[in-house]
Design a protein around this ligand. Structure first.
Ligand code: SF4
Length: 378
C-alpha cells in the first residue's frame, strides 16, 4: 500500500487520484506519442518536448519517426542525418545525445530499452524526469515525475511558496510526486498530471473553476495560486551583433562544420563571427576579419539581409553579406569545410539562420536568371 502523501492525507490522496483519472479520460488530447507504449517513440517525444511546445513538436516528431522508425535505424544513421531531421527545433545537444544514447542501447543493451529508472538514468540526455516518464509511460513502473508543468502544479497543490529549483524545493517536490503516483496505471496517472498542468493549471491565469482537483489545492483555498511558483527573475536578454559571409567560388559556397563544444556542434554554417563594431561595417574591415578567420582573400559584396533571432538569452542581429573568393586556401582541415553548390546544401544540417541565408541565395540566383535583382527572406 502507498504511504500517506507529503501534504495529502490518505483520503485526500484517494479523492485526488479518482478526480484526476476521471478528468483525464474525458480531456486528454490525442497526441501522437500517447497512442503507444513503445519506449522509443515515448523517448523521442519526451526529448523533443523539452524547451519546446507541443504544437511545434508534432510535425517534427512525425517526420523524425518516418525517417528513423526504430531504435536500430536511428543508431545506424550518421549524426549529420539526425541533426538534419532536428533542424529548426533548436537545442541540438538533444539530437546529439539521442543519437549517442541509441548507439549505447544497441551496444550495451542489445537494442532493448532498460525498463527501470536506474537503467535509464545516465544514458546520454536522460535525466531523472525523462527516465521516470519512459519507465512509467512505457513500462508502467510507479516512477515519479517532475517537469515544468508538474512542478507548477505540485507547488500550487502544496501551497509551496519557496523556490522550487532550490535543493530543498526539489526534494519536496520529488517526494510529493513519489507519494502521489499509484501502483495501478502509473503511466496514465503521470500523463494526467502533466496534462492538467499543461492545459488547466497553466503558468498565468490557471483555470481553477474548471479544475478537477481544486478541492485538494492549498493555493486555491488560500487564493494565492497566481503567485506560485516563486521563480527567480530571468536575466535580461543580451543584444549581440554577428556577421555571416557567404563566400562564393566558381558557383559554390563555402560552409564550415561547427566544431564540438560549440552551440551548433555538428551543423554546417557560412563563415560567421561576432561583430562589436558599427552595424554597417566597412568592407575593408570585414575582409580583414574573413582573412583572419579562414585564410582566404575575399571581396565582400552586397548586404544580403539582416536577420534577427534569439538563442537562449541572446538576441542576435545577424548581418549577412555575400563575397567572392579572390585567393588563398582555407586554413582548416579538409573534413570540416566544403565548397558546395547551393542546392547541395539541402543535404547538410544547418542552423536556422544558415538555412535562411541558403534559401536567400537560392532565391537571388533564380531572380538573376529570370532578370529580377531583388531577393527576400523566405
Ligand atoms: Fe492549479 Fe487552480 Fe487546480 Fe490549484 S485549483 S491545481 S491552482 S488549476
Amino acid at each position: 500500500m502507498t504511504a500517506p502523501a507529503v501534504g495529502f492525507d490518505r483520503r485526500t490522496l484517494a479523492r485526488f487520484r479518482r478526480a484526476l483519472a476521471r478528468w483525464y479520460r474525458q480531456n486528454a488530447r490525442p497526441l501522437p506519442w500517447r497512442q503507444t507504449s513503445d519506449p522509443y517513440r515515448i523517448w523521442i517525444s519526451e526529448i523533443m518536448l523539452q524547451q519546446t511546445t507541443v504544437a511545434a513538436v508534432v510535425p517534427y516528431f512525425e517526420r523524425f519517426l518516418k525517417k528513423f522508425p526504430t531504435l536500430p535505424a536511428l543508431a545506424a544513421a550518421p549524426e549529420s542525418a539526425v541533426l538534419r531531421m532536428w533542424e529548426g527545433l533548436g537545442y541540438y545537444s538533444r539530437a546529439r545525445n539521442i543519437h549517442k544514447a541509441a548507439r549505447q542501447i544497441v551496444a550495451e543493451h542489445k537494442g532493448r530499452f532498460p525498463d527501470e529508472v536506474a537503467g535509464l538514468v545516465g544514458l546520454p540526455g536522460i535525466g531523472r524526469y525523462t527516465a521516470g516518464a519512459i519507465a512509467s509511460f512505457a513500462f508502467d513502473r510507479p516512477a515519479p515525475i517532475v517537469e515544468a508543468n508538474t512542478l507548477r502544479l505540485y507547488c500550487r497543490l502544496l501551497g509551496y511558496r519557496g523556490d522550487p529549483r532550490s535543493t530543498a524545493g526539489q526534494k519536496l517536490l520529488w517526494d510529493f510526486a513519489g507519494s502521489l503516483v499509484p501502483l495501478d496505471r502509473p503511466g496514465e496517472f503521470n500523463q494526467a498530471l502533466m496534462e492538467l498542468g499543461a492545459t488547466v493549471c497553466t503558468p498565468t491565469e490557471p483555470n481553477c473553476p474548471e479544475c478537477p482537483v481544486r478541492n485538494c489545492c492549498a493555493a486555491f483555498a488560500a487564493g494565492y495560486q497566481a503567485e506560485i511558483p516563486a521563480l527567480a527573475a530571468r536575466a535580461a536578454p543580451t543584444q549581440v551583433t554577428e556577421v555571416a559571409v557567404a563566400i562564393e567560388r566558381g558557383g559554390r559556397y563555402l560552409v564550415l562544420k561547427c566544431p564540438a563544444g560549440e552551440r551548433w556542434a555538428g551543423l554546417w554554417d557560412f563563415v560567421r563571427f561576432p561583430w562589436d563594431g558599427a552595424r554597417q561595417p566597412p568592407r575593408g574591415r570585414l575582409e580583414r576579419v574573413v582573412r583572419e578567420k579562414t585564410g582566404l582573400d575575399a571581396a565582400v559584396g552586397e548586404s544580403l539581409a539582416e536577420i534577427r533571432h534569439t538563442v537562449t538569452r541572446f538576441r542576435i542581429t545577424l548581418c549577412c553579406y555575400t563575397a567572392e573568393w579572390v585567393a588563398g586556401e582555407i586554413a582548416r582541415s579538409g573534413s570540416d569545410h566544403r565548397w558546395l553548390a547551393i542546392e547541395h546544401l539541402e543535404r547538410l544540417p544547418m542552423p536556422v539562420t544558415g538555412r535562411k541565408i541558403a534559401r536567400l541565395l537560392q532565391a537571388r540566383s533564380k531572380n538573376r536568371l529570370s532578370g529580377r535583382h531583388t531577393a527576400r527572406l523566405p
